[in-house]
Design a protein. Structure first.
Length: 200
């Protein structure tokens, strides 16, 4: 018999205690501690940023000289300092150039987006979201930049991972400890983007 889902596990409680709006902050923290995606002064794009926990981590790690843009269909209620800009909208409907800061591509692109889960075909929808993220990269990610995006395990994932590997010098997949055991989520990490244009 399957174990009941624990809604209020230690990461949930830790997030409440440490002021993060969601437990998902610890997924980014763990991955970033290992791969060092986020550094002082970097420019970051967060696709599907609600409720804002990843941006909280980003704000801490890029410091006062960094800049970040978050976009989501839902309004983010969390308040941020001047280094964080929020957009309510569809990342795939806006002109990607409108997401840029001063017309310059980002050092890091994050995506924690997930489809509205129905239990049937969610993995296909998730992979489709990731492919749309990849379509944005030539405009929004600088040559040598990094990518972190979530996908649900399924039959589409091997091809998605293969195609992402072609775009980066180093690419792999990981499941952080903060992900629930029953979750099918996997995070693809791409390091050093091989942009189709000249190096920036």
């Amino acid at each position: 018999m399957p174990q009941p889902r624990k809604l209020h596990d230690r990461y949930f409680k830790q997030a409440k205690a440490e002021g993060y709006v969601a437990r998902s902050a610890y997924k980014l923290i763990e991955i970033d501690d290992k791969r060092r995606l986020l550094r002082r002064g970097k420019r970051v794009l967060d696709l599907g940023c609600a409720p804002g926990s990843w941006l909280q981590v980003v704000e801490q790690r890029i410091g006062h000289r960094g800049l970040a843009v978050g976009i989501d269909l839902q309004e983010v209620r969390q308040r941020f300092g001047p280094t964080i800009s929020l957009i309510v909208g569809d990342a795939f409907a806006v002109d990607p150039s409108e997401l840029l800061i001063d017309g310059q591509p980002f050092d890091v692109v994050l995506s924690d987006m997930a489809p509205n889960t129905t239990g049937h075909g969610d993995d296909h929808l998730s992979a489709r979201l990731c492919r749309r993220v990849l379509e944005l990269l030539p405009v929004v990610l600088r040559h040598g930049g990094h990518l972190l995006m979530k996908v649900l395990e399924g039959s589409d994932m091997p091809d998605l991972l293969r195609d992402t590997r072609v775009m980066f010098r180093d690419c792999g997949a990981t499941k952080p400890a903060a992900s629930r055991d029953v979750s099918r989520e996997i995070f693809i990490v791409g390091m050093s983007y091989k942009s189709p244009g000249p190096p920036v």
